[in-house]
Write a protein that binds this ligand. Structure first.
Ligand SMILES: [Zn+2]
Length: 132
């Protein structure tokens, strides 16, 4: 399912407008407002998808690698009733969560921007809009 960035109406690949399948600027349009999009599922974006997946995996491994000793440190700090150790391990845990959140936000942003607005736009008549 895709969501039109202009009128925010969802549409599936089978509902999408297609005026010329050979022209990437005219082969994927919103059926409601006639805005066309460029679906760049080209080899380059598949490569960047793989790169972002690998980056996420490395991020998770690094995150777990840092979070695990930080949790152990926090537990030891609580046991020993040492506020300095508790604060330090909390800061480490908070920064791991923040980095993970930023990484996820970038990954989501990257997949959303894969749908680019085409310079071509179909003019939809008044009657056609009124019917829907
Ligand atoms: Zn639309």
């Amino acid at each position: 399912m895709n969501t039109c960035t202009r009128c925010a109406s969802p549409f599936s690949v089978s509902e999408a407008l297609c005026e010329d399948w050979k022209d990437p600027e005219k082969s994927f349009g919103c059926p409601r407002c006639g805005t066309f999009f460029i679906r760049n599922m080209t080899p380059t974006s598949w490569q960047s998808l793989v790169v972002s997946l690998v980056a996420s995996l490395v991020g998770i491994l690094v995150g777990v690698g840092i979070a695990t000793p930080a949790i152990t440190m926090l537990a030891a700090g609580v046991r020993a009733d040492d506020p300095l150790v508790i604060v330090m391990s909390s800061i480490i845990l908070a920064s791991v969560v923040a980095i993970a959140a930023i990484a996820i936000a970038f990954t989501i942003h990257g997949s959303v921007s894969a749908l680019k607005v085409s310079p071509y736009r179909r003019e939809i008549g008044e009657s056609e809009v009124a019917r829907k």
